[in-house]
Design a protein around this ligand. Structure first.
Ligand code: KG4
Ligand code: ZN
Length: 337
């Protein structure tokens, strides 16, 4: 394998293209975010997302090739996110990558978006060590035991809202713009984490499921009693809410690592950008003598470099997907693609 791989990501509201070389080095990572368009609706509108993917895809692919300093002749395989995500959005990237693969007579790889996140703390590393993985994004909260590439065992996931979804919904309740996670992160800096006694759910020993809807309801019940116009109140509320989520994630991840005898915890997904989460995991892992692998913030929220990295990992192991492979809005991670 001497050539590069081009990967596309269109599972939600980011149109993205990336090129990785034969050694796993990311040569380009182009992203066109639609956040400003969807902000007006308070969330992602699928029809609007797919139309914008079509508008931007060709430009992004051309930009990714140019920035990488390669041409289509240097691309040995084409990858795209096949799920989970919005069907109409997934179809744009997947169909575009398949068309390129057919036209250039090269293999196509359908990649699970969550595998992109999962492997993103190990960008370009030729060996993925066995580890405990926590994926915390807008759509998913999951603990997995990772033996090697394409061998993932689910330990626990959320029963209701994902961690990022809870951030976004609470942010909306208190009048912050979408996406709310970064806003709460910013406001929480000056706040008191103990100001409000928000619940931590499912904390019994051996329970690795998550539930954040009770926390969200608890915040809602507090709102009539507080004055959000007062900056300190808003900061305290954000800090206390954020702490509830972070504490649950830290405790469950460390307990799962212990149970599965893993000495490495790797964290990925948009919420892994959260400053308090990074700080709390750093302290807890140091204390438990566990190596912590945090995804770099630039690869945490949706991007195509993580899909290129997962595609590269699979391609070098000989995986490829049939060209008739469908997209799947609920594609499970622990049934390898
Ligand atoms: O991984 P991602 O881009 O999308 C999914 O695949 O779902 O994650 C987006 C999520 C959003 O819910 C956003 O609010 C959250 O990640 N997020 C954060 C932070 N940055 C992004 N949540 C908390 N703190 C942050 N700094
Ligand atoms: Zn994602």
């Amino acid at each position: 394998m001497s050539s590069c791989l081009l990967a596309l990501e269109t599972s939600c509201d980011e149109t993205a293209a990336s090129i990785v070389d034969a050694e796993g080095k990311i040569l380009s990572n182009e992203v066109a975010s639609q956040i400003d368009i969807h902000r007006a609706f308070g969330g992602v509108v699928p029809e609007v997302a797919s139309r914008n993917h079509i508008l931007h895809m060709k430009r992004l692919v051309d930009g990714a090739l140019e920035k990488a300093g390669v041409t289509l002749k240097d691309i040995g395989a084409f990858a795209a996110t096949s799920g989970p995500g919005l069907v109409s959005a997934l179809l744009i990237g997947s169909t575009f990558a398949k068309a390129l693969a057919v036209a250039n007579k090269k293999p196509f790889l359908g990649i699970n978006h969550l595998e992109g996140h999962l492997l993103s703390p190990f960008m370009g590393e030729s060996e993925i060590p066995p580890h405990l993985a926590l994926i915390v994004s807008g759509g998913h909260t999951m603990l997995l035991d990772v033996e090697k590439v394409a061998n993932y065992q689910l330990i626990g996931k959320t029963r209701d809202d994902a961690a990022g979804e809870a951030f976004d919904k609470v942010a909306k309740m208190i009048g912050l713009p979408y996406p709310g996670g970064p806003e709460i992160d910013r406001l929480a800096v000056g706040g008191n984490i103990n100001a409000y006694p928000f619940p931590r759910s499912m904390m019994e020993e051996g329970n690795f499921e998550f539930s954040f809807s009770g926390l969200k309801t608890s915040v809602l019940y507090h709102l009539p009693k507080v004055n959000l116009e007062a900056p300190q109140v808003l900061q305290d509320l954000c800090a206390s809410f954020q702490e509830s989520i972070v504490e649950v994630l830290v405790k469950k991840s460390l307990a799962a690592a212990k149970l599965h005898h893993r000495k490495i915890i790797a964290i990925s997904g948009g919420v892994s950008c959260n400053r308090r989460l990074r700080e709390a995991f750093t302290q807890a892992c140091a204390k438990a003598n566990i190596e912590l692998r945090l995804c770099q913030p630039k690869y945490s929220t949706d991007n195509a470099a993580m899909i290129a990295n997962a595609g590269w990992q699979r391609w070098k192991l000989g995986f490829e997907s049939p060209i008739e492979m469908d997209v799947d809005p609920n594609l499970p991670l622990y049934q390898a693609v």
